[in-house]
Design a protein around this ligand. Structure first.
Ligand code: GDP
Ligand code: IMO
Ligand code: MG
Length: 426
């Protein structure tokens, strides 16, 4: 059975967790393929809220094997705390599997992340300070320490020593900080984390392929989003991994022919946390409406998310680079009370119209959005359970987005709850 990818099409927090959880009911395995605990995925089931950072959003189903793939960066302390938290919420994480090839986030990565941000001053990226960038940098520099290294004390200590040789010079000589103590780290990670994680560590590539060959159905859960992608996002205001659908191949260890469905998650408006260009950003009452009604505060860091109108130029780009087969529009209910809904259909810069994302980013920084205005519906959609109950204005809005992006809409979210979704036949 081929696999399905869930990918964010904007700047994150589109509702990937909720839709992964929903689609996971039909899956046997859910794999996180990149990112780390910079993600915050919220699931609301029967009034109970689950906030996930590392554990895949399929974890709530006993029939699903949740897998943390090789492309993820794992902070073992955070992972164990999350497993404990899920345990207190009545969720069994015994089936969770973690790739031995995934890289570890260690305390010095987090420290370096914060120091780099402070050093950048007003040019800071606004990272989550979870150590994501430094951990991926160590991976690229080939001084990273992998999850499988936790299984062998000698190797772990040797690699840690080698990594710290460089890192401690940077900490002390560049940032004027104290050096990190290798023994303290080894004691905690080998002594406390490794024994608890060992039963979960495995060859997830073998696991994924055995599942595919046995006819199982695999869902690949993206974190972050297309415009935070290291290659395709608004660089340098991006994360350090590849959230796009292609990242699902490298981050889970499968080839493109194993994927036959890519669901792009798009919020009915746009939000962004952290710095970087945002053509349709709003600083007015409508923006406040999106933040207040949509509860747009980070699950992870509590930061207020920057709000803006839906941007179909972005979605066209996301459709291309992810080869989206369908869109899931989330938070349509947040637009309920608006009389007029604007949708950005193109940009204008230097007297030129851009229907596609401008290739040069300095252009993106100075574009003016070109909007089309649509009528609001003035009806509470949160209780709507069937497409036939949607007001005509909402249908017109969805048809307009579909037409602009050129990708069919398969699902529409009308509330945070697992069942507050309308499924469209595609
Ligand atoms: P993710 O990072 O993409 O998984 O998204 P987050 O979980 O960070 O943010 C999405 C927020 O919107 C969460 O609080 C969800 O519970 C909520 N949400 C998801 N879909 C809908 C929807 O259709 N309507 C409303 N009102 N809330 C939604
Ligand atoms: P989910 O999966 C929204 C943003 C940060 C910052 C940039 C780089 O919940 O959608 P990093 O810590 O990754 O080096 O920060 O990326 N960012 C997110 N924004 N949702 C996320 O995840 C994000 N993960 C990282 O705010 O601008
Ligand atoms: Mg989130």
């Amino acid at each position: 059975m081929p696999a399905t990818v869930v990918v964010g099409t904007q700047w994150g927090d589109e509702g990937k967790g909720k839709f992964t959880d929903l689609v996971a009911s039909e899956m046997s395995m859910v794999v996180r393929y990149q990112g780390g605990h910079n993600a915050g995925h919220t699931l609301v089931v029967d009034g109970q809220t689950f906030s996930l950072q590392l554990v895949p959003s399929g974890v709530l189903y006993p029939h699903v094997t949740p897998v943390i793939g090789n492309g993820v960066v794992v902070d073992p302390r955070v992972l164990l705390a999350e497993m404990d938290m899920l345990g207190t919420q009545g969720v069994d994480t015994a089936k969770l599997r973690v790739s031995g090839n995934a890289h570890l986030i260690l305390p010095y990565h987090q420290e370096l992340d914060a120091l780099h941000e402070r050093h950048l001053g007003k040019n800071r990226l606004g990272t989550t300070k979870r150590g994501i960038g430094p951990a991926y940098a160590d991976r690229a520099m080939r001084v990273g320490i992998r999850v499988q290294d936790l299984l062998d004390e000698k190797i772990f200590r040797k690699k840690l020593g080698a990594a710290l040789e460089h890192t401690n010079k940077v900490l002390t000589r560049v940032f004027n900080r104290l050096p990190v103590n290798a023994d303290e780290i080894a004691e905690e990670y080998l002594g406390t984390c490794a024994p608890r994680l060992t039963p979960h560590i495995t060859d997830t590539i073998g696991l994924v392929h055995d599942e595919l060959e046995a006819g199982g159905r695999i869902l690949l859960e993206g974190a972050q989003a297309t415009f935070l992608d290291l290659d395709h996002g608004t660089y340098p205001f991006v994360t350090s991994s590849n959230p796009v659908a292609g990242g699902a191949c490298t981050g889970a260890g499968i080839g493109p022919r194993d994927i036959d469905r890519v669901i792009g998650i798009a919020k009915a408006y746009v939000t962004r946390v952290g710095s970087g260009p945002f053509p349709t950003e709003l600083f007015d009452e409508v923006g406040n409406h999106f933040v207040d009604v949509g509860h747009e505060y980070g699950t992870n860091t509590g930061r207020r998310r920057r709000p803006g109108w839906l941007d179909t130029v972005m979605l066209r780009y996301a459709a291309r680079v992810n080869s989206l087969s369908e869109l899931a529009i989330t938070k349509l209910d947040v637009l309920d009370q608006l009389d007029v809904i604007r949708v950005c259909v193109a940009y204008e810069a230097d007297g030129q119209r851009h229907d596609q994302l401008p290739y040069h980013q300095s252009v993106l920084h100075r574009v003016t959005p070109i909007y089309e205005e649509l009528s609001g519906w003035g009806v509470d959609l949160s209780a709507v359970t069937k497409r036939s109950q949607l007001p005509a204005e909402a249908e017109t809005y969805l048809a307009f987005v579909e037409d602009q992006v050129g990708v069919p809409i398969g699902m529409v979210g009308v509330g945070p709850g697992r069942h507050q979704v309308l499924r469209f036949a595609s």
